[in-house]
Design a protein around this ligand. Structure first.
Ligand code: ADP
Ligand code: MG
Length: 937
């Protein structure tokens, strides 16, 4: 499968053929602003770039940058990127124009996402998958007119080594021996070669012939996978590597021109061959890993600069500077593999688009500004794209056309002088022989093409071998509500008490009623009882008397009757009289008996009545018993109720006490939080002010530098400066240089501190916001701090956090942009070293002496400071000991207080139970409590 990429473009920037159309065109630059992503959101980042919705402009702070296109944020939607930036390049391929798409930006800015070389972000949205679709659509529409051949290669440049990502014969095993970064060699390495006519080719890289879109997609996938597996093993080396996916398109087009002589299509005219390449480049992360170091000004420690990107930047600077370009300044393509491979893409035979990917987060302000500047510089690069048609083919075609033209003129003239004809013939012969010569040459060239590449080994590459591979509360969660609740509870308490009093009152009334009724009944009963008994006795006596009387009367009557009978027997006059008397008496007795009988009947009636009243009395008695039972029950109930109320009251008091305690605690928390807010704001303000001052000073220094870059020798009145002024200006210059360095360090230090502070604030803000949304979780607050944040306090805290975040964000953006300026200056110093302008030995010696003196002074100062620090540390230790002691004491006091509180609550519980529920007086209660606690009101 492996082949030499011999089918490369056959013209170069160094020698563009004058016969072919060559247009000058600038590198197009588009900016893609991705949205804020997860990590940035959790850190509380704000957007620090603003995109104009009408013009393709990005603004950061006061810097406006104009580009060819701006996507994302308020700019055009990213979906238009392919159509506007890349589709014309794909079309150009079919006309023989090379093209390059470069994705530039810091790690995480979305390069891989934009290019579609990632494995996780889906392959549909990236530019490469869209290129594939467009390419095959176009081929389908024109394949009847010409023949096509497609190849792809996919390589990665990692630590200045070119790795083949499509080599399936060797497992991509950069980590075989467990050492990260070690490349395991198993095959001849990929080498960069340059033919004499300046064409760059890769020898040893797999070029896969492609017939379908699916095949191409699988190559992309395979390569991406290889890159990804390699990079996860190597601590994300992919951010340090450049990935280049190259599509080579070869076309064979039949040239069919009309022969004027015979008026027929001349099929013999041959074919036109054309070849073009499209490089799709996912560059390494543009950021420089900066570290401030733990102590001292170790400015450059750990700064990682990707050689390829550095060289690319220098190439862009060289090409982008019109003056330097016109002067024919050297373009350092050879400084890195990347720039060598992309030589044509930058300032050469290629149509090039750079996509600058940026993150809008303020935390990335510095890198974003760097990217924007870098990309803006790239816009100045002038490329010279040329259609890569086969030169000899074209040349021959031209000659044939000329021949045809001449023949036609010859025919037309017909009767011209034989001399003229002779001249013409000679011309024709000459042309034909030239034609033959060229054809032969063409043949030779074609046959030699394969071998050519082997021969054209680049001299510089010689000898270099490249490796390959790579509870109680009931919702009392807030203090405010605590207070409301405690008020409410006292309300509830009053209501309860009132209700209880009412209940007790009504029961008391009921009881009274019952007692009254009982009394009535009892008296009634008594009355009844006494009456009946005496009446009975009275009646019984009377009855007996009556009975006796009746009997005596009857006896008397009987006697009388017997007498009367006796008398009747005697029948004399006296007897007659006595009989009459007797009869009279008898009669009287009879009536007496009758009366008595009547009386007796009455008596029976009365007895009956008496029986009735006895029954009534019995009923009354049971009623009384019943009432008595009721009374007892009621009394019991009253007692029970009173007991319940007492218990309730006690629990209420306990609760109230608890609430009050919590209220105090919450109030304490609130005060603490307020103090924290104030303190944090002050610290932040102080920090941002410090940072602003450092940033301002840095800005001034940088601006002063800009206006007079190397202002050492002040030439006064055309005279060379006096020795003294010269030394003074030298000193001033060096001081300035050193101050810039120190300030950069200071600003960077504060920048990083600010980022930390901001992240902490953001974490708190998110957790507070979550609590607002899901209040049930509020009690599960970590570290137990601010457990009882009321909604109001929480809102206050959120507002204050937000304002702090705003301040922080502005400070970060300002610092980032100044750091970027400083960076740029360092970069320019890279091109023109700092000491370049020191011209005399005397100056150099003077400076050296000055540096020596300053260093000595600085060292002595450092020693003094160290001693100071030592002393301070000792003091601190003493203070710490003291603090520990106080803490121990404090703990003891707290313990004592707690036990006292416990005794108080126990005492309160017992006193409150002995209080009558009706007599409960909260004022006394608190008074007692206070006196027990030893608090004076
Ligand atoms: P880079 O290749 O520059 O290091 P990536 O392409 O890997 O960056 O992107 C970093 C993260 O940002 C990825 O998780 C990716 O999904 C996300 N991302 C990048 N660009 C976008 C975008 N336009 N929209 C949404 N997420 C994006
Ligand atoms: Mg990437």
């Amino acid at each position: 499968m492996e082949s030499h990429s011999s089918l490369s473009s056959s013209s170069s920037s160094s020698s563009p053929p004058s016969s072919l159309s060559s247009e000058s065109c600038c590198v197009k630059v588009a900016v893609n602003v991705r949205p804020l992503i997860g990590d940035e959101v959790t850190q509380g980042c704000r957007e620090c770039v603003s995109v104009s919705p009408v013009t393709p402009q990005v603004q950061m702070g006061t810097h406006p940058f104009t580009f060819d296109h701006v996507y994302g944020s308020n700019g055009s939607p990213s979906s238009l990127m392919f159509e506007e930036c890349v589709a014309p390049l794909v079309d150009g391929l079919f006309h023989g124009y090379n093209a390059t798409v470069l994705a530039y930006g810091q790690t995480g800015s979305g390069k891989t996402y934009t290019m579609g070389t990632g494995i996780k972000d889906g392959t549909k949205n990236g530019l490469i998958p869209q290129v594939m679709s467009a390419l095959f659509n176009k081929i389908d529409s024109v394949k009847h007119q010409m023949g096509f051949q497609l190849h792809v290669s996919f390589i990665e440049i990692l630590k200045e080594e070119v790795l083949d990502l499509l080599d399936s014969s060797v497992p991509f095993n950069r980590l075989a021996n467990g050492t990260p970064g070690k490349v395991v060699l198993s095959k001849s390495p990929v080498q960069i070669r340059e033919s004499p006519n300046g064409v760059i080719t890769l020898s040893g890289a797999t070029e896969v012939p492609i017939a379908t879109k699916e095949e191409m997609a699988s190559c992309l996938e395979q390569g991406s996978l290889t890159r990804a597996t390699g990079s996860t093993n190597m601590n994300n080396e992919s951010s340090r590597s450049h990935a280049i996916f190259t599509i080579t398109l070869e076309q064979m087009r039949k040239i069919s021109s009309i022969s004027v002589v015979k008026d027929t299509v001349d099929e013999d005219m041959g074919e036109e061959y054309c070849c073009a390449k499209l490089h799709l480049v996912d560059l390494a992360g543009s950021e420089r890993a900066k570290r401030t170091g733990s102590g001292g000004v170790r400015l450059k420690e750990g700064i990682h600069i990707n050689r390829g990107l550095l060289a690319l930047g220098n190439v862009i600077s060289a090409l982008g500077d019109e003056k330097r370009r016109k002067e024919g300044a050297h373009v350092p393509y050879r400084d890195s593999k990347l720039t060598r491979l992309l030589q044509d893409s930058l300032g050469g035979n290629s149509k090039t688009v750079m996509i600058a990917c940026i993150s809008p987060a303020d935390i990335n302000a510095e890198e974003t500004l760097n990217t924007l500047k870098y990309a803006n510089r790239a816009r100045n690069i002038q490329n010279k794209p040329v259609a890569n048609k086969d030169l000899i083919c074209s040349e021959m075609q031209k000659m044939r056309q000329e021949l045809q033209y001449l023949q036609a003129t010859l025919c037309a003239r017909g009767a011209t002088s034989s001399e003229e004809v002779q001249v013409m013939r000679e011309k024709i012969m000459k042309l034909e022989s030239a034609n033959e010569e060229l054809s032969r040459e063409l043949h030779i060239y074609r046959s030699k093409r394969v071998t050519l590449d082997y021969c054209n080994i680049d001299a510089q590459e010689d000898g270099v071998i490249f490796s390959k591979d790579d509870g109680l509360k009931r919702g009392f969660e807030s203090m405010d509500s605590d207070y409301e609740m405690s008020e409410a509870t006292s309300d509830i308490g009053a209501a309860e008490e009132w209700e209880h009093a009412l209940r007790q009152n009504s029961m008391g009334k009921e009881l009274n009623e019952l007692s009254k009724r009982l009394e009535e009944k009892e008296s009634e009963m008594r009355v009844c009882g006494i009456g009946t008994e005496t009446i009975r006795q009275h009646f019984e006596k009377k009855m007996m008397e009556l009975e006796k009387e009746k009997r005596t009367v009857q006896d008397e009557r009987d006697m009388l009757l017997a007498e009367v009978e006796e008398l009747a027997a005697s029948s004399d006059r006296q007897a007659q009289v006595a009989r009459d008397n007797h009869a009279h008496k008898l009669k009287a007795l009879e009536t007496q008996i009758l009366n008595l009988k009547k009386k007796q009947e009455n008596q029976v009636e009365v007895l009956k009545q008496k029986q009735k009243s006895e029954d009534a009395a019995k009923r009354l008695k049971t009623e009384i018993q019943c009432i008595k039972a009721q009374k007892v029950q009621l009394q019991q109930k009253m007692k029970q109720e009173a007991e319940q109320f007492r218990q309730w009251k006690a629990s209420q008091e306990k609760e109230l006490l608890q609430l009050k305690k919590e209220g105090r605690k919450t109030e304490h928390e609130r005060l603490k939080l307020e103090a924290l807010n104030r303190r944090q704001k002050m610290v932040l303000q102080r920090k941002t002010e410090e940072a602003a001052m450092a940033t301002k000073r840095l800005k001034e220094l940088l601006e002063a530098r800009k206006s007079s870059p190397h202002d050492i020798s002040v030439i006064a009145n055309g005279q060379p400066p006096s020795r003294q002024t010269n030394e003074k200006s030298l000193r001033k210059w060096l001081d300035n240089e050193l101050e810039v360095m120190a300030k950069v360090h200071q600003v960077r230090f504060q920048y990083e501190k600010q980022i930390q502070v901001r992240a902490a604030l953001a974490v708190e803000l998110t957790s507070l916001r979550q609590e607002m949304e899901f209040p049930s979780n509020s009690h599960q607050e970590k570290n137990g701090q601010f457990r009882f944040l009321s909604p109001n306090t929480r809102l206050e805290r959120i507002a204050s956090l937000e304002s702090m975040l705003d301040v922080s964000s502005n400070a970060l953006t300002a610092m980032g942009s100044q750091l970027s300026e400083a960076e740029e200056r360092e970069h320019s110093l890279h091109a023109k070293p700092r000491w370049n302008h020191i011209q005399s030995m005397t100056d150099a010696k003077y400076l050296l002496q000055y540096v020596f003196d300053s260093t000595a002074e600085a060292r002595s100062k450092i020693w003094e400071k160290d001693r100071d620090i030592k002393e301070k540390k000792e003091q601190l230790n003493d203070l710490l000991c003291l603090l520990q002691l106080t803490e121990v004491q404090n703990r003891e006091i707290l313990k004592e207080k707690k036990t006292r509180e416990q005794t108080v609550s126990i005492a309160l519980a017992s006193t409150s139970s002995s209080y009558s529920v009706f007599k409960f007086n909260p004022y006394f209660h608190t008074k007692i409590q206070n006196s027990l606690l030893g608090i004076s009101p």
